[in-house]
Design a binder for this molecule. Structure first.
Ligand SMILES: Nc1ncnc2c1ncn2[C@@H]1O[C@H](COP(=O)(O)OP(=O)(O)O)[C@@H](O)[C@H]1O
Ligand SMILES: [Mg+2]
Length: 370
């Protein structure tokens, strides 16, 4: 039997004037999934969410929710809950009345409204603020009430548009945990829009990475981080060292590369997945700071599967759990992330070191014309 999905986007396209804001967007969301739309500001996340919500209609393509075609169907006929970036509570209503609003519109009996409001306030751990007004709440509390209000109607789909962006770092993390717990407890199919890669990695079953209205990749957080489909995806998610280079040799899946300027070039090996390369081709070479290892000069992981290069420590930055070391290797400067506990007192500025890496951890993308 064919698989059924909660939400299906088929070749969705949206333009504003001559500006193509969403192009050829294809996605199938399974029941109970938490999906993130991740990408830089202006890439079309909100526009796509608004088409799913029914605030905008696609120019082309088909939108299907729970097997029913939704193009042209009004937002209030779509059985969904929505939370926005800015707190959208009614200021003149108490928290309880704010949360009850959607149920009153649906003409749910009074006694049932009361018990459902109580239950959902307990779910977001704020039963004690029921009689307060929004202005008497903190930013984090207001956003939890907005989430409660979206959940109280027990929608088949929960849409969240950057709900954590207006909160400070600590609150953002707290509410992120809260959202994860709520998703686990309610099992509601969720679309979470964010420009914050860490939020997307933390919360999602799958991430849709968008750039300029185009889907760059759809995958699990692990896939997106470890198997990026493009240079954009790799650089948007996580930190990475970038080097300009050239392919100097090819042996099976293993590339020999020369990185850096002619004066300070150094050799390295990589086993990139995906694209094929030609000898002499200019490439961008990336390796993540946590994939580089340091050994005292002279020592190296020789004879193993690791590749190595000689370098010198330029700068050390203590960041608590780890230390970030800037290491000069040829004409390049590489950031190496090492565990504080393992490196305590062992590294000094100016010290000669050997930098080692697994060639499988090097990413190579076709070079851009500069
Ligand atoms: N109503 C509109 N009229 C014209 N252009 C719009 C409108 N809404 C959004 N845009 C443009 O569409 C692009 C995508 O916007 P948006 O979906 O809000 O991006 P994101 O949510 O990813 O930051 C931006 O270039 C934005 O300026
Ligand atoms: Mg937006």
């Amino acid at each position: 039997m064919a698989k059924t999905y909660d939400v299906e986007l088929h070749s969705i396209r949206k333009t504003f004037g001559s500006n193509v804001v969403v192009d050829n967007f294809d996605l199938q969301i399974e029941q109970g999934e938490c999906i993130s739309f991740l990408g830089p500001s202006g890439c079309g996340k909100t526009t796509t969410l608004n088409m799913i919500a029914g605030f905008l209609d696609p120019d082309q393509g088909e939108l299907i929710i729970k097997g029913k075609r939704m193009n042209g169907v009004a937002a209030n006929k779509r059985d969904l809950g929505m939370v926005f970036q800015t707190y959208s509570l009614f200021p003149h209503m108490t928290v309880a009345n704010n949360v009850a609003y959607g149920l009153k519109l649906r003409k749910v009996p009074k006694a049932e409204i009361q018990s459902r409001v109580r239950r959902v306030l307990e779910l977001v751990k704020l039963p004690h603020v029921a009689d307060r007004y929004p202005k008497q709440l903190s930013g984090g509390q207001r956003q939890r009430i907005a989430i409660a209000r979206a959940l109280v109607t027990e929608p088949s789909l929960l849409l969240l548009d950057e709900p954590l962006s207006n909160l400070d770092a600590k609150l953002r993390e707290e509410l992120r945990d809260e959202l994860k717990r709520l998703h686990q407890e309610t099992g509601v199919t969720t679309i979470f829009v964010t420009h914050d890669q860490e939020e997307a990695l933390y919360l999602s079953d799958r991430i849709v990475v968008l750039d300029h209205g185009k889907v760059e990749q759809i995958g699990t957080p692990w896939d997106i981080y470890n198997e990026p489909a493009s240079e954009f995806v790799h650089t948007f998610i996580g930190k990475s060292n970038r080097m300009q280079g050239k392919v100097t040799g090819i042996q099976g899946t293993r590339l020999a590369l020369s990185a850096g300027d002619a004066g300070g070039a150094f050799e390295l090996q990589a086993s990139p997945r995906g694209s094929s390369f030609a000898a002499g081709q200019r490439v961008s070479i990336y390796i993540r700071p946590e994939k580089l290892m340091l050994a005292p000069d002279g020592e190296s992981a020789s004879g193993s599967r690791y590749a190595c290069a000689q370098g010198r420590v330029r700068q050390l930055s203590f960041l608590g759990a780890f230390v970030e070391c800037e290491v000069a290797v040829g004409s390049e400067s590489l950031t190496v992330r090492v565990q504080s506990a393992a490196q305590q007192g062992r590294l000094e500025t100016g010290q000669a070191v050997t930098v080692c890496w697994n060639p499988d951890d090097v990413f190579v993308f076709p070079g851009k014309e500069r």
